[in-house]
Ligand binder design. Structure first.
Ligand code: YK8
Length: 177
């Protein structure tokens, strides 16, 4: 896997969770900017193990010339019960892209870790892995992995920079002296 985001933000852990994992203006704006459309989100609901789950369905716009311009996708998120409000949030998200070549072979697992740093700061880590449901040939596998990494890198670089913008806006006039 790869670590795509690992940074301390001037944003509380609680606020970071709200920005990324609720229907915040921030995430709506970000989805618009990424041309992620037709989003349907279920609310967070507790499961039998005491963790929380939700799922998202949407259409992504793809810039990779090897792939069609759009794909539907499903994202299943789990907020582990080990999470502590305001302190520590661990979210795993499995993303299935249904309309790309070899879609039945792989999915992406993103692990988001939000850790309280101080009252108004948190660390965000995003760790990503491409997982295989069945083993493709070596050549196909490296093709999938390479194309996935480049798309993911672009996505998380953009997310990080938008979070930095949001951080600047949130701290206007009331940031740390
Ligand atoms: C989520 C991983 C792979 C996929 C894409 C497929 C290449 C197909 C390989 C062929 C287009 C928002 C990605 C990047 C699309 C976007 C997905 C996003 C960024 C040529 C063999 C969508 C996080 C996420 C997870 C997986 C990403 C796909 O919140 O390369």
């Amino acid at each position: 896997g790869r670590l795509y985001v690992n940074r301390v933000f001037n944003i509380s852990a609680e606020k970071m969770f709200e920005l990324l994992f609720t229907e915040s203006h921030f995430i709506r704006r970000f989805m618009n900017a990424r041309k992620i459309t037709n989003a349907i989100l279920t609310p967070w609901q507790s499961d039998a193990s005491g963790s929380m789950k939700r799922s998202l369905n949407y259409t992504i716009t793809i810039t990779n010339p090897l792939v069609g311009k759009f794909s539907t996708a499903t994202e299943n998120q789990i907020l582990y019960k080990e999470s502590r409000e305001g302190q520590y949030y661990l979210v795993d998200s499995e993303v299935y892209t249904h309309d790309v070549p070899y879609h039945d072979y792989f999915y992406t697992q993103n692990r988001y870790c939000i850790i309280r740093h101080s009252k108004r700061k948190c660390r965000l880590r995003v760790y990503t892995d491409v997982k295989y449901k069945k083993q493709p040939w070596g050549l196909v596998k490296s093709f999938i992995t390479k194309n996935s990494w480049s798309g993911l890198e672009d996505y998380f670089r953009h997310l990080e920079s938008e979070l930095m913008e949001e951080e600047a806006e949130l701290n206007q006039g009331c940031g740390d002296p």
